[in-house]
Design a protein around this ligand. Structure first.
Ligand code: PRT
Ligand code: ZN
Length: 286
């Protein structure tokens, strides 16, 4: 029987769409009309299990799933014996401590003797221990942000992304305990066949990630500025240079990183580049 890689994804919630999307970008399509708990990829030896995100690390540790996609916050909170294989660049958030906005919070010692509500007792306890703080952790299962307002806690420890939940509950963020994003995790004892499949998948994921960080750039440049413009957009090996129909001008094709994208564009313009086109790249294999 053909070996299949079993991957656990969140069944519904914030990570579902991007998890399915990244598989799709890797050329892995799920079958339509299969049941909601188990699916089978059409063009890759892969089975997909849909689970609650909190359960994914345990399933991967036990080998019920070989790999999984889950927030690092869950990986570190559950503290299971799994491999963190690759960060995936979506589901970004941070685990933070927050207190009522009118509190005079100088540093973490403020939390001494206080009641802190959280769904992340393990990571919070680690943080408190590291700072030598004795506080009362109230583990609750949801709606952490309302607890100070109703007098159940003096502070909270919860996930934050835009900060609007904290703001609308009259809270301010005072400590970041962990920066998190979705990650691919794996069982530590995969068979050689499964390791090979994981390597294939990882190769595709890395190509997709690289492509997202880079853009294809086309521009026209006066020939006497080609040297400086080439040095601004060196590309993967070197830019492609083609002569234009007009005497003294060339067309340059290259790849540019998203990070300092706008600075590069400005320098290109300052050096006489015209007709700059930026095009997304779908996959990038170096
Ligand atoms: O049902 P299941 O157990 O699978 O899902 P869940 O309800 O436990 O998790 P879900 O779908 O809410 O989140 C899944 C994962 O998304 C989390 O484990 C994080 O890794 C990631 N993620 C990214 C977030 C957020 N951003 C986020 N903002 N998870 C939760 N939030 C919540 C936060 O708890 C708070 O209530 O959003 C609120 C804050 O958001 P802002 O934008 O107002 O700051
Ligand atoms: Zn959950």
């Amino acid at each position: 029987m053909e070996t299949k890689l079993k991957i656990a994804l969140q069944k519904s919630g914030r990570l579902y769409d991007d998890s399915v999307k990244i598989l799709k970008e890797c050329g892995i399509e799920l079958q339509n009309g299969m049941n909601k708990l188990l699916n089978e990829a059409m063009n890759f030896p892969m089975q997909i299990l849909f689970l609650r995100d909190d359960d994914i690390p345990q399933y991967v540790e036990d080998g019920v799933a070989d790999i999984g996609i889950v927030g690092e916050n869950i990986v570190y909170e559950t503290n299971k014996n799994v491999e963190l294989v690759e960060e995936l660049g979506f589901g970004k958030c941070r685990l933070s401590v927050a207190v009522p906005r009118n509190e005079n919070y100088a540093d973490a010692q403020f939390l001494n003797g206080k009641r802190i509500a959280t769904t992340y007792p393990f990571l919070l306890q680690n943080f408190l221990d590291k700072h030598n703080i004795k506080a009362e952790i109230h583990e609750i299962s949801g709606s952490v942000e309302i607890t100070p307002g109703v007098g159940l806690a003096d502070a909270i420890c919860d996930l934050v992304s835009s900060g609007s939940t904290l703001f609308s509950n009259g809270l301010k963020e005072t400590e970041v305990i962990l920066n998190s994003q979705a990650a691919l995790i794996g069982n530590k004892n995969l068979s050689p066949e499964k390791q090979l499949l994981l390597k294939k998948l990882l190769f595709r994921i890395q190509a997709v990630k690289k492509a997202k960080k880079n853009k294809y750039i086309l521009l026209n440049a006066p020939n006497n500025k080609l040297d400086v413009i080439c040095s601004l957009i060196p590309g993967m090996k070197s830019p492609t240079i083609l002569p234009l129909g007009i005497e003294g001008w060339s067309s340059l094709h290259s790849v540019v990183q998203e990070d300092d994208f706008w600075n590069i564009i400005e320098s290109l313009k300052d050096n006489g580049a015209e007709g700059i086109l930026i095009i997304p790249i779908e996959k990038m294999v170096l």
